[in-house]
Design a binder for this molecule. Structure first.
Ligand code: PEP
Length: 250
């Protein structure tokens, strides 16, 4: 089964509209031919102009999160319906920063997953253990819980819209990367876990990407692992040369 290979840049709360336009121009200069699906996730205020600027390119613009209702009295929030209306077809959900700082729970993420699917959006669903979980050797149970609580209510057919992103919290923005052994071990665990709930064919078709201090210097080794189908890139996605060096590591 040929799984989709993806490298997605999560810009987080970085880049105003001028910086965004500049970085997108740089990305357009770097992106000739790539072996994978390239995505960027700028801030909400830059999504529409980014979609327009990248309309003739293969780079997809995705959102960093979304609300679980289509509309209503939710001051400051943005819905899947709104995102769809400007041509954003994919959203990141469950990033560890959303879980930690915005208190997104398994149940809340389940609602967001449902709403994104209802609006025919694809989802990059993030999860990952904290350092204390790994130190106490609870990392496998933390990960299986995060996945099952928010995703295991889905029908088999829903999984064509799901990309899983394993992002150990201790490796995000810290410069500390999980070893390629640790990454492969966890990705294989995740695939087996999904296979047990659904079936092997479905599990083999789900892309599982890794996030956590992926840089030009370590991307090739991480991407060469059998169950790694790409990366979710934070810091290194803010520089077009570094980002495309990672993209071209495939
Ligand atoms: C992220 O936030 O998804 C991430 C992987 O960040 P960084 O690459 O900076 O560790």
């Amino acid at each position: 089964m040929l799984r989709k290979k993806i490298v997605a840049g999560n810009w987080k709360m970085n880049n105003d509209i001028h910086e965004t336009n500049g970085l997108i121009k740089d990305l357009l200069n770097e992106s000739n031919s790539t072996n994978c699906q390239v995505m960027i996730a700028p801030s909400f205020i830059s999504l529409q102009s980014s979609v327009t600027m990248l309309s003739d390119s293969k780079i997809e613009v995705v959102s960093q999160t979304m609300h679980h209702e289509n509309n209503g009295a939710y001051t400051g929030e943005v819905s899947a319906k709104m995102l769809s209306s400007i041509g954003v077809k994919t959203t990141i959900l469950g990033h560890s920063e959303r879980r930690e700082y915005f208190k997104e729970t398994h149940d809340m993420l389940k609602l967001k997953v449902n709403k994104a699917l209802e609006n025919s959006m694809d989802i990059i669903f993030c999860f990952g253990e904290e350092l204390k979980d790994r130190k106490s050797e609870n990392h496998f149970s933390v990960i299986s819980n995060q996945i099952s609580e928010s995703l295991f209510h889905l029908k088999k057919s829903d999984w064509t819209n799901i990309v899983l992103a394993y992002e150990p919290v201790w490796a995000i923005g810290t410069g500390e990367t999980a070893s390629s052994y640790q990454v492969q071990e966890m990705h294989n665990f995740i695939r087996t876990f999904v296979a047990k709930k659904y079936n092997t064919q479905l599990a083999e078709s789900v892309s599982i990407i890794y996030g956590g201090s992926v840089k030009p210097g370590n991307a090739k080794e991480i991407f060469s692992m059998q169950d790694v189908d790409g990366g979710l890139i934070g810091g290194a996605a803010l520089n077009s040369k570094d980002f495309f060096s990672i993209v071209n590591s495939f």
